[in-house]
Design a protein around this ligand. Structure first.
Ligand code: LLP
Length: 437
């Protein structure tokens, strides 16, 4: 994996041994590679360069302010979905002028806040929301720039919980209704309908949905322009998939190959909202084995990261590669040695490998990071790395079971620095303390 590699039976992030980070900062620990973060953003910037796109990093994938700041420093704007994410984006960059604001339930206070901060575009998800934004903007003596979010009604393309462009989900305007809704606000004093937005779902491993989405988008933009709306932006959202198992992901250039011609044809400024593609493979979650045990015919590795740290396996049944940080034998160079294309686990071919469930300390049977995973024998104190944990890892972490949220560290070459300190017991009760009677 880029910039996470074994040297001499030791896992490194860039030029730092992961074990050193675990000693310094403790576990569970999110370890990010700055090189991967910047490379993945650059990959998108380069692939889409002919359209000079506005790339709005999706804060929901990972809102750490230092990571957002890095994105801003390398030319990204931000895609946000709440007042809180807006606040994070503002902390990361100088102004709201490159912030797009999506989400089905923006409150009046959030709308006002965004307008006050000079939001670039609202991605509008319903007629009521559109009219509300119009009213609020008018009352502030402003004209809100909006992109209508369409649900383009495409076939299923990813996990049912994260597919946002099939019929029957809460997102966007039904494709049949977009033109009527837009007709209703022609000449509205508080609204400038300047864009069309769609986010197809996440993660998407094929380019075909983008091709289909673009085709539907072109037809809609023409119809909106006929109504007199000056449509200047086509926002194709995020969703580009990453390698969780092996090399299943498409490069950014493959998505560019289907999106760029559409943008050219319709003469719009392209906006993109990638999150996972940039940050997903930029981090591992490092944990330490607390105990091992065999029970009910299964072998368990109980380590100190849990579903509150990384909920994706529990919530979506997601697969994350999970390897020892310091394996007792060389990790085979060629991972796909076992003939199972869905689980190219190099340890399957190694001596002493057997199926193990990697679980955490949370009081739920659904608390696991990996199930029936071929791993070598592990013992108390061993370190584990869960890969591809940068997106929707820390962002979805919670304090369930009153567990302290993990620390985050950013590695740059041979240096490293804390970008979020580990929580303390005091942090846990901070919001309750003033309310004690
Ligand atoms: N734009 C909008 C409007 C979105 O709703 C999302 C993600 C993105 C952009 C960024 O998508 P990305 O490029 O990161 O795929 N928790 C789930 C993923 C939820 C995605 C929500 N929306 C997971 O862990 O897989």
């Amino acid at each position: 994996m880029d910039h996470f590699e074994y040297r001499d039976r030791k896992l490194f992030c860039e030029d730092v041994p992961v074990s050193e980070l675990a000693e310094t900062y403790g576990t569970p620990l999110y370890v990010y590679s700055e090189k991967v973060l910047v490379q993945k953003l650059k990959e998108i910037q380069t692939a889409f360069a002919p359209a000079n796109p506005t790339i709005c990093y999706s804060v929901k994938a990972n809102g750490n302010v230092s990571i957002c700041r890095l994105m801003g420093q390398h030319g990204a704007g931000f895609d946000v979905t709440s007042g809180g994410e807006f606040f994070r984006a503002l902390k990361a960059g100088p102004a709201g002028s490159k912030i797009v604001f999506a989400g089905v339930g923006k409150t009046d206070a959030e709308i006002r806040y965004a307008l006050d901060q000079g939001v670039f575009l609202f991605d509008v998800e319903s007629e009521q929301e559109l009219l509300t934004i119009g009213e609020i903007a008018k009352s502030m003596g402003r004209k809100a720039a909006v992109a209508l979010r369409v649900n383009p009604d495409l076939p299923p393309k990813t996990h049912v919980k994260t597919d946002t462009s099939v019929k029957g989900v809460k997102f966007g305007l039904d494709i049949e209704t977009v033109v009527d809704v837009a007709r209703g606000v022609v000449g509205h004093p508080g609204l400038a309908v300047v864009g069309l937005h769609m986010h197809l779902g996440s993660p998407i491993l094929k380019v075909e949905p983008y091709k289909q989405g673009c085709a539907k988008g072109i037809t809609l933009i023409k119809a909106l322009r006929e109504l007199g709306h000056d449509i200047r932006y086509l926002n194709m959202g995020g969703g580009f998939g990453i390698n969780y198992r092996k090399d299943e992901a498409q490069p950014a250039s493959a998505f560019a190959a289907v999106i760029l011609p559409a943008v050219k044809e319709i003469g719009c400024q392209l906006v993109l909202e990638p999150g996972r593609f940039i940050v997903g493979n930029a981090a591992i979650l490092v944990s330490r084995v607390v105990f091992t045990k065999s029970t009910g015919g299964k072998h368990y590795v109980i380590q100190d990261a849990a579903m509150n740290d990384l909920i994706r396996p529990t919530l979506y049944g997601s697969f994350h590669r999970l390897w020892p940080v310091q394996p007792a034998a060389d990790v085979p160079v060629e991972p796909d040695v076992n003939g199972d294309p869905d689980d190219p686990n190099p340890f399957r071919a190694m001596a002493n490998c057997f199926n193990q469930d990697v679980v955490g300390p949370v009081c739920e049977s659904g608390d696991f990071l990996a199930k029936d995973r071929p791993l070598p024998t592990l013992k108390r104190g061993d370190l584990l790395a869960t890969f591809s944990a940068g997106a929707y890892g820390m962002a979805m972490a919670s304090n369930y079971n009153s567990r302290l949220r993990a620390a985050e560290v950013l590695v740059t070459g041979s240096t490293h620095r804390l970008i979020r300190r580990r929580e303390t017991f005091k942090d846990l009760v901070a919001c309750e303390e003033d309310c004690l009677t």
